[in-house]
Design a protein around this ligand. Structure first.
Ligand code: TYM
Length: 337
């Protein structure tokens, strides 16, 4: 059976890009294979953060994922720091990762430029921890948005290098080289105010991003104010980033193709109609998630219990891989000792 793995940063401010690019594919993954999803609190400490808030944000994220349709009976949902094998494997994989590769990562460049006080070593090592997240489960597929493509390439390279160096004849101690699964529509949702930049949790003002937990009225307002262009012609193309983004969001929210979304707009009287159509489709998609979230978030004991049960299942898989890797690398007493 296909094993699917993905990770998501802990924040209560998950946005439309996260939802369309990733969270929806996590939900669909439960029907396609063995699905494992992780809230990556250890990645969150690589930039400046508030310790008192981190734990809360993990629970916010868990509640969003459950509200979106993750079902603890059909997937493994857990908190990264509860499964220590991830960090152990990170160290082992540093031996097959070149500093130059880490230093060239776009996300490292942009995130390090944004740090005022300190560019942590953790920020540089971020992709190695991410590689370990996936490789420790020997996952086949990784559902992500377009912005993670480079990180997935790096983890594939790490797996190949580990296999070539430590398991040259192949065999059970090999790591699986995973494939990314980037959606056809909505892989890169752009900021509503600056449609040449991806929608992001940290960059730009709130008007440019729609949060999963936004009230319907706010969603409508944000779409009505979305930046387009001066033509009033509904057409997609690189010269029309604002309109292209809105059509893309419409198609993704309705779960159709871009062509079908465009065809449905034939009678539209311009950008006003387009914006209302997109807002309505997004509200229909997100309103039930927001409603379910409230009750789920209120029961912290239940959320912790789900994460703990998930961690236990995850650990059983991760431990087995780590023992193999340690053994192949000559670290520790050996698997059978
Ligand atoms: P994070 O939490 O920033 O984002 C979660 C997912 O949302 C996708 N995404 C987008 N998709 C479409 N349009 C956008 N504007 C947009 N913005 C974000 C991301 O591609 C991601 O899939 N490094 C990861 C977390 C991670 C991970 C992993 C992912 C840690 N370990 C192992 C996969 C496998 C991150 O920061 O995601």
């Amino acid at each position: 059976m296909t094993r699917i793995f993905s990770g998501i940063q802990p924040t209560g401010r998950k946005h439309l890009g996260n939802y369309i690019g990733a969270i929806r594919q996590y939900v669909a993954g439960q029907d396609r294979g063995e699905a494992i999803y992780c809230i990556v609190d250890l990645h969150a400490v690589t930039v400046r953060y508030e310790p008192a808030e981190l734990r809360e944000r993990v629970l916010d994220t868990a509640a969003i994922l459950l509200a979106a349709g993750l079902d603890p009976d059909r997937c493994i949902l857990f908190r990264q720091s509860d499964v220590e094998e991830h960090t152990y494997l990170t160290w082992l994989l540093t031996s097959v990762t070149a500093v130059g590769e880490l230093d060239r990562m776009h996300q490292f460049k942009s995130k390090s430029a944004a740090q005022r006080e300190l560019v942590s070593a953790g920020l540089l090592f971020y992709p190695v921890l991410m590689a370990s997240d996936v490789l420790v489960y020997r996952a086949d597929e990784v559902p992500v948005g377009e912005d993670q493509r480079e990180h997935i390439e790096l983890m594939r390279e790490s797996a190949r290098r580990y296999n070539a160096r430590f398991v040259p004849d192949g065999g059970p101690k090999s790591l699986v080289v995973p494939e990314h699964r980037i959606p056809q529509v909505g892989a890169r949702i752009m900021d509503l105010q600056e449609p040449t930049r991806k929608m992001s949790t940290t960059v730009g003002p709130d008007e440019g991003r729609v949060y999963v937990l936004d009230e319907p009225d706010d969603i409508l307002k944000k779409f009505k104010r979305a930046v387009t262009d001066s033509e009033n012609e509904i057409r997609i193309g690189p010269d029309k980033p604002g309109v292209t983004n809105l059509v893309d969001i419409l198609a993704a929210a309705r779960d159709t193709t871009v062509e079908e979304a465009l065809a449905s707009l034939e009678g539209a009287r311009g950008y006003g109609d387009l914006k209302v159509a997109v807002a309505e489709a997004v509200i229909d998609m997100l309103a039930p998630v927001r409603e379910r979230y409230v009750a789920l978030r209120a029961d912290e004991a239940a959320l912790e219990a789900i994460l703990a049960a998930g961690a236990e299942k995850a650990r059983a898989i991760a431990q087995d891989t780590l023992l193999d890797v340690r053994d192949a690398m000559g670290v520790g007493p050996g698997r059978t000792a």
